[in-house]
Structure formats: C-alpha cells, structure tokens
Ligand binder design. Sequence first.
Ligand code: GL4
Length: 831
Amino acid sequence: MKPVENEPYEDERTALTKEAFKRAFLDNLFYVQGKFPALATQNDYYQALACAVRDRLLQRWISTAAAYTKQGSRTVAYFSAEFLMGPHLGNNLINLGIYAQVREAIAELGLDFDTLLRQEEEPGLGNGGLGRLAACFIDSLATLEIPSLGYGIRYEFGIFHQEIVDGWQMERTDKWLRFGNPWEILRPEWAVEVRLGGHTEQYRDEHERLRIRWVPGKVVVGVPYDTPILGYRNNTANTLRLWKAEAPESFDFSTFNRGDYGGAVRQKVWSETLSKVLYPNDEQIQGKTLRLEQQYFFVSASLQDMMRIMRVQKLPLERFHEKFAVQLNDTHPAIAVAELMRLLVDEHVLPWEQAWDITCKTFSYTNHTLLPEALECWPLELFKSVLPRHLDIIYEINARFLDEVRIRFYGDESRLVRLSLIDENGERYVRMAHLACVGSHTINGVAELHSELLKHDVLKDFYEMWPHKFSNKTNGVTPRRWMALSNPRLTNLLGDAIGDAWIKNLDELIELEPLADDAAFRQRWREIKHANKVEFAAFVKERNGIAIDPQSLFDVQVKRIHEYKRQHLNILHVIALYHRLRSDPNADIQPRTFIFGGKAAPAYHLAKLIIKLINSVADVVNRDPAVNDRLKVVFLPNFNVTNGQRVYPAAELSEQISTAGKEASGTGNMKFSMNGALTIGTMDGANIEIRQEVGAENFFLFGLTAEQVAQTKARGYRPLDHMTPELQEVISLINSGFFSRGDTELFRALTDGLLWHDPYLVFADFESYSECQLQVSKAYRDVDRWTRMSILNTARSGKFSSDRTIREYGADIWRAPSVPVRLLSQQDVKV
Ligand code: GL4
C-alpha cells in the first residue's frame, strides 16, 4: 500500500495499532530474545517490549535522517559530559502517543505492564541538575523539530547506586549495561581515532612551510553508540551519540608473541578506562588527568564526526559554523575551542585567522555555577602532558586575545592578569571558563539572578569586554516526562478540564486559573494529590519499612546533598519541632512527613555526615511514641530520575532553601511546582522567577537575599550572633549524643562548622525559616486556601517548560530553524 503524499504512513511492522503491537511484541520475544513464554523472564518480556517500541522509533529515525540529509539542515550539537536520561520505555510510549494502547495490549497478553517498566535500568549518565537539563533539552529539541545531536560519553558505569547502611551512604557500582541496552545502536563504521599525550615537533611541508606536528603518546578509538530521541507526537527522532573508548588493537601482537601477556592487554585496559566511569562530583572538580582525557576524548571524537557529516553532505569545512551550532554545557567540553582550531589549522591547513573566525561563530557557552570549587582550572604541567599541542594553541589564542585587551583597556595591567587564559598567581593553571568565553559568540547563565551575578561577579571582566555576548536563558524541564509520564492522574484531570494541548504548549495550563475557584474541581484536585500520596506511601513502606500517613503534609527536599543547598537547615528545623513536641506534648503542630533524598559525592565528608544526621534523627523521631505520629522523617535511598518520577507527584511542599546567590537555577523546583507543590524557598536561582510567575501570595519566602548575604559576609559574619534559645537547644541535643547513641563526637564536624564558620549562613536564616514554616502549617490547615494555591502553582508554571527555554536558545543563539519530518515507509527508501 502506498501512502498518500504527506500523510503519515505506517508499514505493517511498525503500525501503532494494538494488534500490530502485540504481534511485534511476540515476534521480538521469539526472534530477538530467543524465548517463548514458558521460559521467558520479566526481563525477557521487557526486552521484547523495548524492541517493539524501538522498531517504531527507528522508522522515525530513518525518516528524520533522510529529511535532514536531503536538506543539509543546520544542526545543533549539544556537547555535554553528562546526559541523565532516566528510563526510555515509558517516555518513548508517551511521545509516540501509544502509552494507553500498549498498556492494554500487554495486559491482554496476561502480563503486568508496570512490572515490565520497572525492569529497565535507568541510564544514570549524570550527577544531577546539569545532566538532567541536557536530557530535557534534547527532548525539547526533538519536540520542536530542530535538527540536533547530543554528544557525550557512554560511561560503562554511571552515577553510583546509593545504599544506606546504618544511616551512612554506601556506594555501589552502577552496572546499568548488565542486561544489554535495547535503546542504543552501535555504529562501528563511524569510529574515530583520538590521540593523547606525546609531544609536538616542527617540520616543513611540501611547500617548505614551517608547520607543527603532534606526535601522540597513545591513541584510542572512539566508537559511537546512538540512541534515537523522539519528539512528542511528531515524526522527529534526533540522535544522542555517546562515545565508548576502545583500544585500536585488542592485543599488541608483537608484545604478546614475546610472551608478555600483561603488557599486551595493558593498552586495551587503559583505553577502555577512558569511558569506564562517570566522575561522581557535582559542582566540585577533582583535577584528575583521567577526567581531562575523558573530556578531550568525547570532544575530539564529536568534532571529527561532525566533519565526517560535512564530507557526506559535500559541504566545505569553511562552512562549519553554518552547518553546526555547538553548545558547551558548562566548561567540561570547553577544550573543543582548542580542538576545533587544531583540526582546522593543523589537519585541514586553514589560516589561523579564518579558523578562529569559524571557531568563534561555532561555539556558545552556558555557565551553570558560581561556586569557585566548580570552576575548572588545569595545572599547566598536567595539561601539557595530556594535550601538548592544545597548550600551544591556547598560548596563541591567549596572546592574540591579550593584544586585544591591551588596546581596549590601555595601561590596565591588572586586567590582563585577571583575563588571561592562564592563571599565573603561584602554580600555573589553564582556566577553562576563560577559554570558553573567548572562543564563544554567546555566554549565558541559567536563571535571571545567576546571569546577573555572572556579569557582575565571576565573569565581570569578560562582560566589560563583550557585553553583547551575555544573555540569560532560564532553565526549564520537559512536561512530557515530569508531568504526562510521571503524574498520570493529574494528566487525566487536566485532560478533562482543559484538554491536552499543554503537553506541547505548557502556557495552556493558564486555562486552569478560573478552576481554582471551583469547589468541585478543588475537590478532584485534592483527591488526585491524595491518591499520589497513598501510592508514594506504599513505595516508602516497601523501600524504608516506614509507615507514613497520607493525611500528613508531605514536605520534600530531594537533590544532591551539598552544604549550599542546606539540607542541614531543614533537619535542624525538624529537630526544633521535635524539641517543641517533647517540651510540650500538647503543642499544636501540623502533622508532617519530611522526605529527603539525594546522593553525596563519595569524598564529600560533610555531605555524608548530613545524610547520617538525617537518618539518625529519623531513627529517633519515627520510633518515639511521644510525637504520636505527628512527625515522620524519611531518607529515600538512591534518589535518581526513576525515584524523582515517584516523588514529585506526591509532594505538597517543595524545599528550595539554598543560600541566596548559590543555586544557579535549580530545576527540581520547577518539577515540584508544575505538579502542584507549594515552595518554601529563598530568593535564589529560578525560585525568584517561580515566585514571580505564581504570585508572592502563593509562595513561602524566607531568608536573606543574595545582596544581604554578600553584605553580611563582607561585614564579617559571626554565626553566634544569630543564636536563639531554640537553636541552642537543637545544637545541644545533637552534641549530647541524643541522636547518636551517646556518641557526643559523631556530628562535631557539622556542629562546630556551623558554630564557628557557617559558610552558607544556616544560622542567619534559621529564624526566618522557622517562622515561615509556621506560615506553611497555617496555610495547610486552610484546606481550600492550600488547594487554590496548589492549582495556581500548576496553572502558572508554563514558563518552566524546557520547550520555552529551547525556543529562546534557538532564536537568540543557534538560529537553527525547525525541519518537520514526513514519515517514510520502507518502500520509500530506495536501496
Ligand atoms: C547546576 C546548578 O547547580 C543548578 O542550579 C542548575 O539548575 C543546573 C542546570 O543548569 O546546573 N550546575 C552544576 S555544576 N550542577 C547543577 O546541577
């Protein structure tokens, strides 16, 4: 059957009907898994289901590739060391628009759909917000039909699996590839070589020109693994291309023949180390050689791959910046600036000036943090040992750049020192943020406040040099995964009330506003939140063995554990409530369940101690009959995308309590708000914009502003000046060993840190926070008021769709028009 021109066409194998799907599922069970029902495990069924979905993905992927190749489309390349994708199956079903049918089909075959969904090991190839943002962005790029490639690393082991043993975090290796990965396709034919180490030397080319040759110390092969990324209910399937490192030869046979087996495999082992494991630090650099090698490995492989694509499409390299817009997700891929120069100048013999012009028109840089410990600087010697040629290139870029500065800022020597790509104060370092700024045409922060602070603080000198390069792009999250997939009850209610256009255009949620005054609607809204809480309570019972009351207020803080995010402020307040209840058993306290979750970097001792404190408080409070079930504390182990999908729909209060000026944006804050949780938060990151959108009366604000924080610190902050009698009781209770079986030293590092330094002003904000929590409790008791506020939070969260963010990047930075895709059948593609 031939499709009608421009009408979507499904061939038999990939039809979206229930019957076709059932047949495909069984086909895949037989011919891919090699199993029949009597022998099949739940995992076999999951794999068969995934393959049936994948066939439908591939049809769209091929159609997309055909459209892009034919048109030679301008393409966004999103360079990121992290893509925290989360499970693919459910999301792909949502984006294909067949979630309900497939659930039915699976049930009709006598299987439990949810059990199959749970079989998928989530690809946890990121630490937290930064990696998850990359995942939301590629979802939105596909939904907006913008040709794009995500480039990154296929870590064999992603972010560690967190277990809690005796209250402490334990890390277990994340073996996500153990049972295979049905969503990726290996493309060995597009493997590329990446060189590392060695030295450079001069030589004369055939025209007697003096040139530089890089003699590498070692070579690895980058092998691409492609994952199709579907748009929401369109025919677009873009590509996430992740590189695995392999040895050029598995065995060095001459070494092997000499009988040195160990030596022969060493090269292979070393090569594979490159993509072995994700560094588990968020906002903290570790300065390890292997990390720089990882960064260079994926960046070089990706740029070479893009040049291959240009060759295939017969485009001259001089037009690289017209074909591609490259976004640098933080400084992790910033070495790309030097690598593109090397490829253009050394390998493709372009004049320096032309190569530099192409480079600056290609890259744009997003900064994601102001924390000094996260700014990447590489010791010069280390850098030179890994990338000797790139160091020379960086010197040349720097020399030319500083010439420009000298002319712009006549006689300002200290400015040269501040702006240089090389930090020369003491040990010398390469400053990656400076390389990214100089080599990019635009620089952006991720929320309004953050972008302002960038201009006037961390990147001030660059702002003064090139104010036109700077802009803000407030983060967003995809409503497909974070609402439609994870909160089906809410999605159904919204469907009944306002239709489902909001899934593609989140601003449509504003249609809900009048319904906040409709008592019947408010009742349904409450029923849904309650049902979500009941479901979540069952999950907590299963995971933690703790019974929590769905009638209590679900107060949630889930995110990486960091001092600046101030999980300790939260737990100190819990202890204060506990103290109030013990001091006055009749105290009138709103029953609450405090839910925490998040991973600490394995070497971040204070963060790990905060986890231990939370669990220790939980142990005491949850067992104490005196609190009479009015307080419960839960630490949910292994917070990841999958668990996030469970917790946001059940949350009523979202804790966004970072020290003002420290959280660049936050994105969890958005996920909570769109799922109807109210926020208690500081004037930090995107909190400010959430408050602006939902209205000050629908947001619980507390604490110092970023400006006040800076002033307080400048005046010489003394935490003891902010000591109150209640806070005193709280600290004494911890130090008395009450939560640590009499061990009075266990939490000293934490309490002493607060008493004598308190770098994140926990004490300064404690009173304001406690007072604000009273307001929260009061509001919660007014059921109608709370429900109204909750509805308005969802109704006014349209701005926080990553579709909006991507539209802004598209219009202001990438200038990559959308390219709609027509679905092709097999017969349409000629062999
Ligand atoms: C982060 C910021 O800490 C976080 O506020 C922001 O939302 C996220 C995405 O822009 O980037 N920066 C780093 S580093 N890790 C993050 O999660």
